[in-house]
Design a protein around this ligand. Structure first.
Ligand code: SIN
Length: 295
């Protein structure tokens, strides 16, 4: 039969059906990999709860796994980060726009999250396309941004964050990295805006005030509704997102209820900008978004 890929918007997101993730043949896996390139985030429903070994084995088909620099993990599986918020939580993961661990020199390529426990309502995750964010800027600004680098830091994000889950990070040094502001996707050759409010603290080639003003503008621009898809979780649903070209925001609107699942991240490469990259014609879905800013 093969899998079915149903786009959720012309810009970002697709739902995949007909996939048995624990026994995927080569052709189905290739179709899933291509769907991730085409849609940036893909969703699977009607899945059984995956054993950690099964989730890890599926993620490893995309590449070796990444270990989170701060978060608590399953005792027997350091690559499995437990996402958990409940009535006593002081923070909930991902409750703000960010790209996963962009503070790493080699940030994760992708993230695979399955949620097992859901609140009665709420707890949706929003995803935004950083291709759309870049492609809807004027050519002059695109050109300028492509000459810049930004610093991504994590001390302010991670220090003490998981203390209530038993993580003692007194002696820990948290990563920071410098990345290009525009990043070329190695598979599609599309250019993505690669700054995010979670980790990006400064544009290096500008003065402090210029950097703040430009980042504030870019952070606002990135959050336009037209660049987004919003996923309403169902039990054991799975999201797989490409961190090279997306940001996400996990809404914590369900306190004091509980939301829990397992997240595995796939190792990525050092972000690069290739000025000669020419995206395929298929990537021009954002052209019409230029028109919609007249309100
Ligand atoms: C995250 O990985 O940022 C959390 C995503 C989510 O819980 O939906």
């Amino acid at each position: 039969m093969g899998i079915n890929v149903e786009p959720l918007s012309p810009v970002i997101g697709a739902q995949i059906s007909g996939a048995n993730l624990s026994q995927l043949g080569e052709a189905d896996f290739a179709a899933i990999e291509q769907a991730l390139v085409d849609h940036q985030v893909i969703f699977f429903r009607d899945q059984p709860e995956l054993a950690p070994e099964t989730q890890i084995a599926f993620a490893e088909r995309f590449g070796p796994l990444h270990t989170h620099p701060a978060a608590p993990h399953l005792e027997d599986h350091p690559a499995v980060f437990v996402i958990h918020a409940h009535k006593d939580s002081k923070v909930a993961n991902g409750n703000g726009w960010h790209t996963d661990v962009s503070c790493d020199e080699e940030p994760p390529l992708g993230t695979l999250l399955q949620l097992h426990t859901l609140p009665g309502s709420g707890g949706d995750t929003l995803f935004a396309s950083m291709f759309a964010a870049f492609e809807t800027l004027s050519p002059k600004l695109q050109e300028f941004l492509a000459t810049l680098t930004a610093t991504h830091e994590s001390e302010h994000v991670y220090r003490g964050r998981y203390a209530d889950r038993g993580v003692d990070d007194n002696d820990k040094v948290y990563p920071s990295a410098v990345h290009p502001v525009v990043r070329t996707h190695p598979r599609s050759s599309r250019q993505a805006l690669y700054v995010n409010p979670g980790f990006t603290t400064r544009i290096n080639e500008l003065s402090h005030d210029e950097s703040r003003a430009l980042l504030d503008f870019l952070f606002r621009h990135q959050q336009r509704n037209e660049f987004q898809v919003r996923f309403r979780w169902s039990s054991n649903a799975i999201a797989l997102w490409d961190n090279r070209c997306t940001q996400h925001f996990a809404l914590w609107d369900y306190w004091p209820e509980e939301r829990k699942g397992h997240r595995v991240t796939i190792k990525g490469e050092r972000p690069g900008y290739d000025p000669t990259a020419r995206p395929s014609a298929k990537s021009s879905t954002c052209e019409n978004l230029h028109l919609s800013r007249q309100l």
